[in-house]
Design a binder for this molecule. Structure first.
Ligand SMILES: NC(=O)c1ccc[n+]([C@@H]2O[C@H](COP(=O)([O-])OP(=O)(O)OC[C@H]3O[C@@H](n4cnc5c(N)ncnc54)[C@H](OP(=O)(O)O)[C@@H]3O)[C@@H](O)[C@H]2O)c1
Length: 249
């Protein structure tokens, strides 16, 4: 049975990935910043679906701030204790936050927070999981990135820089880990229908849909389908930043 860690699994894309991953037998470790009812409802839903479908597996909740290296060490301490010698074979770095505003109005704290949560977290988690995957002789690391990491967005400069960093980190780490059979890829998402876009007015949303050749936002479940198939797939596919944006950018 595979052991899978998914960050930011309480809502949106991470929640959908957790539910999709639960369709196969696996031991899931689900993280979010605040934990609470949102995260425990994902476990309840998975336990219910698995019981109905006769699918074996378990779900452990590991809340904590993945942008803080001490917290990531604490989270891995809990996971390693629970695994008792078992190893994580799949890591999905999905946790992320956005920040909209002009660069000159951004505080140093806001800048540091975006970089910590969106980019440094990927490094802290990869560093912690690599020994697991080396022990298994392979694995999959998947980073959930953004089209703004490919091309940059006005008023989202810090977010774009953090996701551009994730894309470069993905390509570089893939080269470092391919000899060990560990695949490292990213999905650069376009507009996905989650809380992250709830601030958009109806008018802004319609305008965006007009710009997207597919004519709509994607559902989180559609990202989840791709994410889980990549992590179940051949590890010869590595170092790729796969754009998932309905032909938008
Ligand atoms: N939605 C889009 O259009 C879009 C487009 C491109 C890329 N993405 C990327 O996709 C990923 C998921 O986005 P989403 O739209 O699903 O976002 P969302 O609905 O806002 O959910 C964000 C998730 O990340 C968690 N999180 C935030 N900060 C964290 C931290 N410091 N430590 C641990 N967990 C943390 C949240 O936990 P709590 O519930 O505890 O707050 C929540 O589970 C992000 O990396 C985002 O940048 C999204």
């Amino acid at each position: 049975m595979n052991n899978i860690l998914i960050t930011g699994a309480s809502r949106g894309i991470g929640r959908a990935i957790a539910l999709k991953a639960a369709e196969n037998e696996s031991r899931l470790f689900l993280n979010s910043l605040t934990g609470g009812e949102n995260l425990s409802s994902v476990k309840t839903e998975i336990d219910r679906l698995r019981a109905a479908g006769g699918i074996a597996g378990s779900v452990s909740l590991v809340e904590g701030d993945v942008g803080d290296p001490d917290e990531v060490r604490r989270i891995f301490g809990i996971i390693e204790n629970e695994l008792d010698g078992g190893k994580i074979g799949v890591l999905i770095n999905n946790a992320g936050i956005s920040h909209i505003g002009l660069v000159q109005d951004m505080t140093d704290e806001e800048w540091n927070r975006i970089i910590a949560v969106n980019l440094s977290s990927v490094h802290y988690l990869c560093k912690a999981v690599i020994p697991h995957m080396l022990g298994l002789g392979g694995g999959h690391i998947l980073n959930i990135s953004s089209v703004w990491g490919n091309v940059g967005a006005s008023c989202e400069v810090a977010y774009s820089a953090s996701k551009g960093g994730v894309n470069a980190y993905t390509r570089a780490l893939a080269k470092e880990l391919a000899p060990s059979g560990i695949a490292v890829n990213a999905i650069a998402c376009g507009c996905i229908d989650t809380d992250m876009n709830r601030h958009l007015s109806g008018e802004d949303r319609n305008e965006l849909c007009e710009q997207i050749p597919a004519g709509r936002f994607a559902r989180p479940e559609e990202v989840a389908e791709l994410a889980v198939s990549l992590c179940n797939g051949n590890n010869y596919l590595t170092g790729q930043v796969i754009t998932f944006d309905g032909g938008w950018i």
